[in-house]
Write a protein that binds this ligand. Structure first.
Ligand code: ATP
Ligand code: MG
Length: 560
């Protein structure tokens, strides 16, 4: 069982103004900066996941805290894997998480002309050159961490020749890979990123926004700082793997001729136990049919979490609790469970549903009578009121709530034992029916009519309170119970990704009729079981399908 307290403690020291990014921003605001502008810059090549939510909460959260702005910018400089389907889903997800980019929705591809202009400027200033080395040669010339690189034989081309070749690259005169445009920095730099990095490549590829207009595309390390500078971003927050690229980021900004001087700040990516996070792996799961699409409720994608029943509040709370640091680490998935439980405990109505039914026949209850009993909706929140629940002679309880030969400390139903039915009556077991194999088919009880509402008539006590549903009026629905998506070898990049075979268990649930008109925004606690919501994709009026968002306790099996 995962220890939730432990996880919470590790996040709680990072209060609203406590992390290092705040220190940088406060420092900058104290010096020469009068405003802050952050951005969330997804590449539209997949659906957003909870790691992106961390970045979204951070960027929009900082802007809000310091009275600044946060842009939503699609970093769509790579034509091959990008698609408008992803653009739409990303906008939907950011909005759903509760953030507003107002009129600041940008596409890096709309700056392609500007990037080209800046590349030409660099050539004219002798700071960029067209290189004919192929990929393999370029690797050889690059050197290693311990040895310096060698200058490309094309490094000293004249400005005129470079301008001519670069224009012809743009005009599509050369095949993919034939030439590149490289920044002329320093082949002996200890930082390999500074060894004349490629800033443009040839790719005869159609782009989702610019179509076939371009057959050269800027590299990320060139485009990203320019995007930030063009938009007047003050703090460019990215993940740790870009730390070594920061000198190049600064070089590009400094040589761009643009006035803005964004500051790049790196933080650690979010990783979660028992799941995969990178889009590459998530896409593979989708494409291999191992999950039911990007929005499979087991996926750590925002649309998966939404379908599963997570609330935006719970995800924002999670992002607050994990905090921000520079050390890569994995957060226990149980913390996410904790956050949704905490959000729903006072919001969700508690209803009764039985997943493994055992029929109980109340011998002394009038045949054919159905009585409506008032049951509170949430013992932790009186304002949610109450509802009427039908009761009659035949009900279902959970199989596990009955033992013919009870073990020690079993306080639920057993022969001659009395229990309380939640909101209904005290019942006492008098006999059991069995089939020819000796399996119990029904339990016979008597009820005490004086114990209506589940209240003791004479001060006598019962230890167990069971949930139940009236058999004849129960809604028969599908309940989908989830466990963590991956077994633990999830992030071995070469290993096969093994989806936890027990990550989805489908059961039939018998639910009290009050859920009949539930909508996709309703969430319920199924008493003593977990939090549920309707599956927005699979549920139909004639056959409701419920997802278990999370069980009531961290009884999830965490495979280590
Ligand atoms: P992936 O590796 O999952 O494909 P990515 O970094 O390629 O992610 P982008 O679309 O480029 O995805 O990411 C947009 C923003 O979200 C970037 O600023 C990136 O740093 C941030 N981001 C992506 N994954 C995480 C993560 N696991 N934790 C925190 N931030 C993340
Ligand atoms: Mg990326």
């Amino acid at each position: 069982m995962a220890d939730e307290k432990l996880n919470m403690a590790s996040g709680s020291d990072l209060s609203a103004t406590g992390n290092f990014i705040h220190n940088y921003i406060q420092e900058d605001l104290g010096e020469n900066l009068s405003r802050i502008n952050t951005r969330f810059p997804p590449e539209p090549n997949g659906y957003l996941h909870i790691g992106h939510a961390k970045s979204i909460c951070l960027n929009f959260g900082l802007a809000k805290l310091y009275g600044g702005k946060c842009n939503l910018r699609f970093d769509d400089t790579n034509p091959s894997k990008e698609d408008t389907e992803y653009v739409e889903s990303i906008e939907e997800d950011v909005k759903w998480l509760g953030f507003d980019w107002e009129d600041r929705l940008y596409f890096a591809s709309s700056y392609f002309d500007k990037f080209y202009e800046i590349a030409v400027k660099l050539i004219k200033e002798g700071k960029a050159f067209v290189c004919d080395l192929n990929a393999e040669e370029m690797r050889e010339y690059r050197g290693t961490l311990s040895t310096p690189g060698k200058n490309s034989p094309y490094r000293d081309r004249s400005v005129e020749e470079n301008l001519d070749l670069f224009e012809r690259m743009k005009n599509g005169e050369f095949p993919d890979g034939a030439r590149t445009l490289r920044a002329k920095i320093d082949m002996a730099s200890p930082n390999i990123n500074m060894r004349d990095p490629v800033i443009y490549r040839i790719a005869h590829a159609s782009h989702h926004a610019t179509g076939d207009k371009w057959c050269i595309y800027p590299m990320y390390d060139f485009a990203h700082p320019l995007e930030d500078a063009i938009e007047g971003i003050t703090h460019s927050i990215c993940t740790m793997e870009f730390e070594d690229h920061r000198p190049l980021y600064d070089w590009v900004v400094d040589n761009s001729g643009l006035p803005a001087k964004p500051r790049q700040i790196e933080f650690a990516r979010l990783g979660l136990t028992n799941t995969v996070m990178s889009k590459r792996y998530l896409r593979a799961l989708v494409e291999d049919g191992k999950v039911d699409g990007w929005d499979d409720p087991r996926m750590p994608t925002i649309c998966g979490l939404r379908r599963r029943g997570y609330t935006p509040e719970s995800i924002r709370d999670f992002c607050d609790r994990i905090g921000v640091s520079k050390a890569n680490s994995k957060v226990d998935s149980a913390l996410l469970d904790y956050c949704i439980r905490d959000d729903l405990k006072e919001k969700a109505s508690v209803v009764m549903a039985v997943l493994d039914p055992l029929k109980v026949i109340i011998d002394n209850y009038p045949e054919g009578q159905i009585e409506m009993l008032e049951v509170e909706n949430n013992p932790e929140n009186e304002s949610l009121g109450s509802r009427m629940v039908p009761f009659s002679k035949e009900i279902y309880i959970e199989q596990e709530d009955f033992m013919e030969e009870p073990v020690k400390k079993f306080f639920r139903l057993a022969p001659d034992k009395e229990v309380r039915l939640k909101g209904a009556y005290f019942i006492k077991c008098v006999s059991v029916d069995k089939d020819e194999n000796g399996n119990i088919t029904a339990v016979h009880c008597t009820y005490d009519p004086e114990s209506k509402g589940g209240n003791s008539p004479d001060g006598r006590k019962v230890k167990g309170t069971l949930h139940w549903v009236n058999a004849s009026t129960a809604i028969e629905a599908e309940a989908r119970l989830y466990d963590y998506m991956m077994l633990d070898n999830a992030d071995d990049p070469d290993g096969e990704m093994i989806v936890n075979p027990e990550s989805l268990i489908i059961k039939t649930a018998y639910i009290e009729p009050s859920v009949e008109h539930a909508t996709i925004d309703d969430r319920f606690q199924f008493m003593r079981n977990g939090y549920y919501c309707i599956d927005r994709k699979l549920s139909k009026p004639e056959k409701m399908v419920f997802n278990r968002i999370v069980s009531l306790k961290s009884s999830f099996k965490v495979t280590k």
